[in-house]
Design a protein around this ligand. Structure first.
Ligand code: ZN
Length: 293
């Protein structure tokens, strides 16, 4: 056995007290447990060794559902730059290695600065299809991706997303994505490393929001449309919160026609009036704190 396959096994026993995750062809396939209670299994993502993640959902009836195995990508870990900092090129550094330059949604230059020497794991559900579907017995979930180049996510947060959506049984959840395969998420500056994730708002009629933005605009915006399904949206937000989103800070949304705020959200319109934020047509999930079993 190669040395590289040995260390994660030892690590697993030390950290979790259980037998190592499966090792195939010398590469580690991590098992990411997702519990219906909102908890996640603690997983050590080790660069160079961990090649894939296998999601396992533990349902309330005790049954365990294999949701599939997905390839891990390792991207540069970036630091977001905010305010004036975000618009200034770093004093030193090599572009594409130490920083990358992108445009924000107002066409201004923004920079993502390399953070440390450790890369960050990313994962996508949408390599072959814009639709991730799992169905077995009474368990069914569908998560769709808008046409975007930001289809990569932090694997632990993606596990939380899947767990939340599975709990609701909704089949019209559409993500606008998180980051590109390089870990940057322009035009947003706060999308780095796959940590913050965007979603379309849910329609009241349960139909899927338009997932191809080039095919015409069907925003289920929250600014006055009677098509926004507030009750269903809040059920989903509760589910996301159960899995740890909106914990350390609230998610970003928009004011509602009834003058209230969606649960676990702050109204970006109020805090960010001058910058004309785009959260009227998409929900921004943030403030994640995992609840480990
Ligand atoms: Zn966002």
């Amino acid at each position: 056995m190669e040395q590289t396959t040995f260390y994660p096994a030892v690590n697993s026993i030390i950290n979790t007290g259980r037998l190592p995750d499966p090792i195939r062809n010398g590469f580690l396939i991590l098992r990411q447990d997702i519990y219906h209670t909102g908890q996640l299994g603690k997983v050590d993502y080790i660069e160079g060794i961990a090649k894939q993640v296998n999601y396992q959902y533990h349902a309330a009836d005790g049954k365990v559902h294999d949701l599939g195995t997905f390839d891990l990508e390792w991207a540069t870990k970036w630091k977001r730059r905010t305010g004036k900092e975000a618009l200034n090129r770093p004093a030193s550094g090599v572009e594409d290695v130490d920083y990358v330059k992108r445009k924000n949604d107002k066409g201004k230059d923004i920079f993502f600065i390399k953070e440390g020497d450790v890369n960050t794991p990313l994962l996508t559900l949408f390599k072959n299809s814009k639709e991730f579907t799992y169905q077995k017995n009474d368990k069914r979930t569908i998560i769709l991706s808008e046409t975007t180049d930001r289809e990569y996510f932090n694997p632990e947060r993606l596990a939380a997303i899947i767990g939340a959506v599975l709990g609701t049984g909704f089949e019209d959840v559409v993500t606008n994505g998180s980051v590109k395969i390089d870990g940057t998420g322009a035009p947003s500056v706060s999308h780095v490393n796959g940590n913050n994730i965007d979603f379309k708002y849910l329609r009241v009629d349960g139909k899927r929001p338009k997932i191809d933005i080039t095919g015409g605009v069907v925003h289920t915006d929250a600014t006055g449309s009677n098509k926004l399904g507030i009750e269903r949206q809040e059920k989903l937000l509760d589910a996301f919160n159960k899995f740890g989103f909106g914990e350390t800070r609230k998610n970003l949304s928009w004011f509602l026609p009834n003058g209230k705020t969606l649960k676990h959200c702050i109204e970006d319109a109020k805090i960010n009036e001058k910058s004309k934020s785009s959260h009227y047509h998409h929900l921004h999930l943030t403030g994640f704190k995992a609840k480990y079993r």
